[in-house]
Design a protein around this ligand. Structure first.
Ligand code: PHE
Length: 449
């Protein structure tokens, strides 16, 4: 008997909005609120934003549509979804490797994601109580202690694991319905606070006036990596969530909604953070420490900073949690649908692996700070580089090639339903040619350029 037909099913999202909330929750995360502003800050502001937007449109959205098509068709984890789609398209089962690479990338990302998210949790409390301290010294204290980092990393991983253990409907679905509206409200509050802070116009100009002098081939690689990472593409999170999407929901318009919300949040995060940075005369290009050092300096000095600061870090922690659950889900879905372990035990197993790898990231802030895992990059930077700038774009490229060139047309049409033929043609053109070529060219330039 065909082993694929014995797979367990996971159930589906209840209600039309749940997929949108869950996928937006996956997309909106540290990448938007912590990563996007500091990367824009160090890569020439508006020029980076422009290239980033192009990557979202030309590469991100076409691939998101492809992932959902593959996922929803099978209702299973990315590995089996790829296997089924390949089988039904009469092509090689090697395509399932895309699912495997995704699950590995998910675990790698989760390992460092949880450490950074742990720092955010820690800062909720620090920001509430940090009158009169020096923010650089504070960040130093937070990151110099392996025990401190590991404690918060453990707490964050436990929360992530317990949500995923509870399942699609009772766990992830229920949690995103509460978290996402909260996130929206907190973010709007922070943007209003930015508008009132006095640095808004400067922040606006910084984010939207392009400075191309800072742009080189690495800017493209970094913007593309950021686009994949931010939309949660190339590793199966969206594919796994797509597997639980109700059949009547429209894939193309839903993808545009999710991508637009994700982009809006990234830009709003910039408009929440940079006005404060400028109002307090701080540097916008301080890198990964932007929110923990520069922004925290402003929270310490500003009126009501002990309220606004914690609100910001709660926002960041919520965003991180709704993403980390989607990093864990593909692997958990695979193990549990194969009947190898229960969902709960699968969640515990994968969380433990990611937790263990996370120790390397925690130590890269202190005793391993001089240890390079890959040339010129410490443990955290290496994980980030391997996952975001290599595995995700590569995974995304293969997904585009598979759907564009190998997947049976009828299967695709069945999933997309009635779509405007022009829109369909456009999408097809982008998945077949533009997305794979763009990834290849950007890789080529970053390696040989
Ligand atoms: N999109 C998330 C963020 O922006 C991170 C993520 C990447 C989540 C890949 C799932 C998959 O922070």
């Amino acid at each position: 008997m065909d082993t694929l037909s014995k797979l367990k099913s996971h159930g589906s999202w209840v209600g039309r909005w749940t997929f949108i909330l869950a996928a937006t929750g996956s997309a909106v995360g540290l990448g938007n609120i912590w990563g996007f502003p500091y990367k824009a800050g160090t890569n020439g502001g508006g020029a980076f934003v422009l290239i980033y937007l192009l990557c979202i449109l030309a590469i991100g959205i076409p691939i998101m549509i492809s992932e959902i098509i593959i996922g929803r068709r099978s209702g299973n984890s990315p590995i089996n979804a790829m296997r089924l789609a390949a089988r039904d398209s009469n092509t090689t089962s090697m395509w399932q490797l895309v699912g495997w690479s995704g699950i590995i990338a998910g675990i790698l990302i989760l390992s460092f994601y949880s450490v950074i998210a742990g720092i955010c949790l820690n800062y909720i409390f620090l920001a509430a109580a940090s009158g009169g301290v020096d923010s650089a010294e504070q960040f130093g204290n937070v990151t110099s202690s392996p025990i401190n980092l590991l404690t918060w990393h453990t707490i964050f991983m436990l929360i992530t694991c317990s949500v995923v253990s509870a399942g699609i409907h009772a766990g992830i679905g229920r949690v995103v319905k509460v978290l996402m509206p909260m996130l929206g409200i907190l973010l709007i509050f922070m943007v209003i606070n930015g508008i009132l802070s006095g640095g808004f116009m400067q922040a606006f100009a910084f984010l939207f006036a392009p400075d191309f002098s800072e742009v080189d081939s690495n800017t493209f690689l970094s913007a593309m990596g950021q686009a994949f990472f931010s939309l949660s593409l190339g590793m199966g999170s969206i594919m796994a969530y797509g597997a639980y999407m109700p059949k009547e929901q429209k894939i193309i318009s839903t993808s545009f909604t999710v991508a637009s919300l994700d982009t809006l949040v990234a830009i709003f995060a910039g408009l929440a953070i940079f006005p404060i940075i400028f109002a307090f005369g701080l540097e916008p290009n301080s890198g990964p420490g932007l929110v923990f050092e520069s922004l925290q300096t402003a929270f310490i000095e500003m009126d009501y900073g002990q309220i606004i600061g914690p609100i910001f870090f709660i926002l960041l922690s919520i965003a991180a949690l709704s993403s980390s659950i989607s990093l864990l889900e593909p692997g958990v879905a695979f193990i549990s649908e194969e009947g190898l372990l229960s969902r709960k035990n699968a969640a515990i197993l994968i969380s433990l692996v990611a937790w263990f790898l996370g120790i390397g990231t925690a130590l890269s802030f202190n005793i391993w700070s001089d240890f390079n895992l890959t040339p010129g990059r410490n443990f955290l930077d290496s994980m980030d580089f391997i996952a975001n700038q290599i595995l995700l774009p590569l995974g995304g490229m293969f997904i585009a090639i598979f759907v564009g060139w190998f997947m049976d047309k009828n299967l695709i049409k069945e999933e997309l339903g009635n779509v405007n033929p022009v829109l369909f043609g456009l999408w097809k053109f982008f998945v077949r040619f533009i997305a794979p070529l763009a990834v290849a060219v950007i890789f080529y330039n970053a390696i040989f350029g």
